[in-house]
Design a protein around this ligand. Structure first.
Ligand code: PXP
Length: 235
């Protein structure tokens, strides 16, 4: 049974809409932990469009499970990570204009850059994972640099129902290949309440990292109570 890492970036997206403090990110992390999640995941993007640098320092102090910092191989963000010392850093590709991480890190093309980032982070005592597409050549390249990967499940999650099984098979093959190479295997991106079970059932996956669908679902599970509470106050 895989562990669950909850990505709370989009509570910060909501907060940034008004540049205020609500919803307060530390309370969100504590709530996720008390609901049983196994780690808190945040992506400190270079443009800091949701998670801010100061959030990372505060989260490191508050998180009781594990703080997994998603980040690009950028010099500035690596410096922040080395200061904040999250329990884990997950290196992801980052494009300024993208709405969310669009694909996995190309470890083959960016071998030296990734190797340098891994060595700096490891030197600061941070465990490092690489977010890659479920392709054997990427897994093999990653295995030369790290002991942990996260497989990008976006192609599976975005596939039509007719082609979903093809991408599930691709994930199964990738997990087995990575396990044979001795890697710890996590997975995530685009997983939701309809598509998560087949992925959670793949043997060998250590942790699933899920964000957007959980934050969306929380609107529906929480909105009724929020309205009732306000109604009581105004009447
Ligand atoms: N894993 C990684 C590496 C990601 O970049 C993201 C998105 O920030 C996720 C998991 C979670 O994706 P989603 O928000 O679609 O669940």
């Amino acid at each position: 049974m895989p562990k669950l890492g909850v990505n709370i970036d989009h509570t910060a997206s909501l907060r940034q809409l008004r540049n205020g403090i609500e919803p307060e990110i530390i309370s969100c992390a504590i709530l996720c932990e008390s609901a049983g999640c196994d780690s808190i995941v945040v992506h400190l993007r270079e443009d800091q469009r949701h998670i801010q640098e100061k959030d990372v320092y505060l989260l490191k102090k508050a998180v009781k499970t594990k703080l997994n910092l998603e980040m690009a191989t950028s010099k500035k963000i690596i410096e922040v990570a080395c200061l904040a010392k999250p329990h884990q850093a997950t290196l992801v590709p980052e494009k300024r204009q993208e709405v969310t991480t669009e694909g996995g890190l190309d470890v083959l093309k960016n071998a030296q850059k990734v190797a340098d980032a891994v060595s700096r982070l490891k030197g600061a005592g941070i465990e490092v994972s690489l977010f890659i597409d479920p392709q054997r050549k990427q897994i093999e390249a990653a295995s030369k640099l790290v002991g942990m990967i996260e497989l990008h499940t976006g192609r599976y999650a975005n596939a039509s129902l007719a082609s979903r099984n093809k991408y599930l098979d691709e994930l199964v093959d990738a997990v087995h290949y990575a396990k044979d190479l001795g890697l710890i295997v996590n997975a995530g991106h685009g997983l939701d309440y309809d598509n998560v079970v087949p992925v959670a059932t793949i043997e060998g996956i250590e942790e699933l990292n899920i964000g957007y669908s959980i934050i969306c679902q929380s609107v529906f599970t929480g909105l009724g109570r929020a309205v009732k509470k306000m109604k009581e106050l105004v009447s």
